[in-house]
Ligand binder design. Structure first.
Ligand code: NI
Length: 132
C-alpha cells in the first residue's frame, strides 16, 4: 500500500475522528479508504443507467424566495421525483427528502440544482441501482 499525508482543519479532523469512532473503523486510513471507495462507486454509475435515489435538502425557509425556487425546480422533474417528504425542523429550518427515479445524469442535475439555490445549507444525495 502507498502512504500519503492529508491536511485538514482541526475542527474537521475532530469531527472525522468522532465519525470514525461511531462507525468503528479501526483507523483513519481505513475510514478514508472506505469513503474513497464509496465516492468512486457512486461516480462509476453510468450517466445513462437507471437509478433510484434520495435527495435530502436542509434549508432556511426564511431566505427570500427559497421555497418558491425549490418548488419550481421540482416541477421541472415530474417524471423523476416520485415522492417528497417535508419536515419542519425548527423555527427556521426545513428538511425535505425527495425519492427519485430515472437516468443518473438527470438525477444528478436535480441534486446539483438544489445545491445551487441560495439559502440551501446541505444537500445529501444517495444513489442506488436495481441493476447488478
Ligand atoms: Ni418546513
Amino acid at each position: 500500500m502507498k502512504r500519503f499525508s492529508i491536511s485538514m482543519e482541526e475542527e474537521l479532523l475532530k469531527k472525522f475522528d468522532e465519525f470514525i469512532a461511531r462507525h468503528n473503523y479501526p483507523s483513519r486510513s481505513h475510514a478514508v479508504r472506505e469513503l474513497v471507495r464509496d465516492a468512486l462507486i457512486e461516480e462509476s454509475i453510468k450517466e445513462d443507467s437507471e437509478v433510484f435515489g434520495t435527495i435530502t435538502v436542509i434549508y432556511n425557509h426564511e431566505v427570500k424566495d427559497i421555497t418558491d425556487k425549490i418548488t419550481h425546480l421540482q416541477h421541472g422533474y415530474l417524471n423523476e421525483i416520485r415522492a417528497a417528504i417535508h419536515v419542519h425542523v425548527d423555527e427556521k429550518n426545513c428538511l425535505e427528502t425527495l425519492i427519485v427515479h430515472g437516468k443518473a445524469s438527470i438525477i444528478r442535475k436535480i441534486a446539483s440544482g438544489l445545491e445551487g439555490i441560495k439559502g440551501v445549507k446541505h444537500v445529501k444525495f444517495i444513489m442506488t441501482s436495481v441493476e447488478p
